[in-house]
Design a protein around this ligand. Structure first.
Ligand SMILES: *C1O[C@H](CO)[C@@H](O)[C@H](O)[C@H]1NC(C)=O
Ligand SMILES: *[C@@H]1O[C@H](CO)[C@@H](O)[C@H](O)[C@H]1NC(C)=O
Ligand SMILES: *[C@@H]1O[C@H](CO)[C@@H](O)[C@H](O)[C@H]1NC(C)=O
Ligand SMILES: *[C@@H]1O[C@H](CO)[C@@H](O)[C@H](O)[C@H]1NC(C)=O
Ligand SMILES: [Zn+2]
Length: 478
């Protein structure tokens, strides 16, 4: 036999065997799906024991055994498949998960089982490692030196020291001036007016309400700076440059504006505060939150008596002698921080994200969903609850990405990725106005190419922007 013919015959045989195996597997997949659809748990188990690799296999329409079980209301089949560790985030050709299918066909008990998503399997497109990055309002040029807050001698010396920096607030707006970068094509940048004791002395002497908060000392990065400080005649002291925030009443504010013509109070706070240099933004976040606490919590929350400010502005002590707040540690006496979860919700396919808009957003803007963490609630549960309340979408896995202090007046935005296990959207109109799945391409168009015809997202200094960008940078689930 000529060898050419033999080779042809041989190759043909190999090809046939490959097809044969493929057909055999397809047969087994349809068998598994038939058992799931019919609710034949015994035979389904037996088949999976022989061929465990069939578990997540889908048919031509994208349906899995789990979907067939869910479609036909077979609770036991669904239980077995979940026990075997099947992938419940797979979607059919029209983007529906097994949970969507169970809900659609009204099998509530199965939907409940599939929606019991806590501790769900981590989808492959979430990486283990999230690079730490800092958001706007999260970087500062100060070291808080909280140990100095109780050192009243040190504090009062620093208050009158000529090198000490004062930043002024009126009605929670910082006093600023136009910075450089103004000539360049970018947005004009504003910077804090850094005042000194001589500038604020008169104001501080007046009885008019005026609150002082110790913010910290300038971070000293190198020897040169230390040397420069000693040059300024601080040798005999610690050489630390202290910063204070001073909140003044409206009458003093008027006087100030007249005296310092190039300065003005930045108002309204948003989005104006987003124009500060990064490192000053962190200082403003700290100062504004503490000052806002002083202005909103004037009296003792326990008994309603007057209070006095202590510890450099970080504690309010009740003046009533037998107030229970004076015994033990009571957090009623310290500034508060309000945790908010903000999440980039990812579609089970990894390639769509869920963005919503509130009524107060400018027209066309969509952003990540967000909400306050409730007492006694974990971050993950807060994310799952908020997403479901606002959009009806169920979320399983939650991954922390980064956070952002948000001084409006004292939130901490906890940025997360959240993976959906259902896709049907049912907007709660009391909470938000609209919510939609956006494709990766649509988001890239807006975020990277700056093509904002159809919609736009918050500016880069908002954590929502960074979360969306983080998702775009992640590997697609192709
Ligand atoms: C209040 O907060 C302090 C830390 O600032 C903590 O040590 C203390 O246990 C808290 N007390 C209560 C009653 O929560
Ligand atoms: C099915 O999918 C899940 C989740 O992705 C995975 O952990 C599991 O190993 C898969 N099982 C098989 C047999 O493919
Ligand atoms: C996907 O599932 C939904 C819900 O059962 C159904 O309406 C839709 O037709 C399915 N799509 C395909 C391609 O099977
Ligand atoms: C403020 O008060 C101090 C002490 O009471 C006094 O020495 C100082 O001269 C006053 N400064 C101004 C500008 O009124
Ligand atoms: Zn009290």
């Amino acid at each position: 036999m000529p060898s050419g013919i033999f080779i042809f015959f041989f190759l043909n045989l190999v090809g046939t065997m490959g097809d044969f195996e493929k057909t055999l597997r397809q047969d087994m997949v349809s068998q598994l799906h038939d058992f799931a659809a019919a609710g034949d748990t015994a035979r389904l188990k037996a088949l999976l024991r022989r061929s465990p690799s069939l578990l997540n296999a889908s048919a031509g329409n994208g349906w899995t055994a789990l979907m067939y079980g869910a479609r036909n209301g077979h609770l036991e089949v669904v239980q077995v498949l979940l026990q075997e560790g099947c992938d419940q985030s797979i979607i059919n050709k029209s983007q529906q998960t097994a949970l969507d299918i169970a809900k659609f066909w009204g099998y509530k008990h199965i939907a409940n089982l599939l929606a019991n998503v806590k501790g769900g399997q981590k989808p492959s497109f979430l990486s283990n490692y999230v690079e730490e990055y800092e958001n706007y309002f999260g970087t500062t040029l100060l070291d808080r030196r909280s140990n100095k807050r109780t050192d009243s001698k040190w504090l009062s010396e620093k208050q009158s020291h000529p090198a000490t920096v004062y930043i002024l607030f009126s009605d929670l707006s910082p006093l600023v001036t136009l910075g450089e970068g103004r000539e360049s094509s970018q947005q004009p940048e504003v910077k804090l007016c850094r005042l000194h004791h001589k500038d604020v002395e008169e104001c501080m002497n007046q009885t008019e309400e005026c609150t002082l908060v110790f913010l910290g000392v300038e971070l000293q990065y190198d020897e040169n700076l230390m040397a420069a400080c000693s040059g300024r005649g601080l040798q005999e002291e610690d050489g630390l440059v202290a910063w204070f925030a001073l909140s003044i009443g409206s009458a003093s504010a008027e006087k100030f504006k007249q005296k310092h013509e190039d300065c003005y109070f930045l108002h309204p706070p948003m989005p104006a505060l987003l124009q500060l240099p990064e490192k000053e933004a962190g200082v403003v976040a700290q100062a504004r939150s503490v000052l806002a606490w002083h202005s909103r919590y004037r009296f003792c929350p326990t008994c309603g008596s007057a209070t006095k400010i202590e510890e450099g502005g970080y504690k309010k002590t009740c003046l009533k002698e037998d107030c229970p707040s004076l015994q033990g540690v009571h957090n009623t006496s310290y500034p508060r921080v309000d945790p908010v979860v903000i999440m980039q919700v990812i579609h089970p396919d990894g390639n769509h994200c869920l963005l919503g808009r509130q009524k107060r957003f400018p027209p066309g803007m969509f952003s990540c969903l967000a909400g306050f963490v409730e007492p006694g609630e974990t971050i993950g549960d807060a994310v799952r609850r908020e997403v479901e309340e606002e959009t009806g979408v169920k979320v399983s896995h939650v991954q922390y990405v980064s956070c952002q202090p948000w001084p409006m007046p004292s939130s901490l935005m906890i940025g997360c990725l959240a993976v959906a296990v259902s896709t049907e959207i049912e907007v709660d109109k009391n909470e938000i106005e609209d919510a939609r799945w956006f494709t990766r391409e649509q988001v890239v168009e807006v975020l990277i190419k700056g093509n904002q015809h159809s919609f736009f997202v918050p500016p880069s200094r908002a954590i929502a922007h960074q979360l969306i960008k983080h998702w775009i940078g992640m590997n697609a689930n192709l």
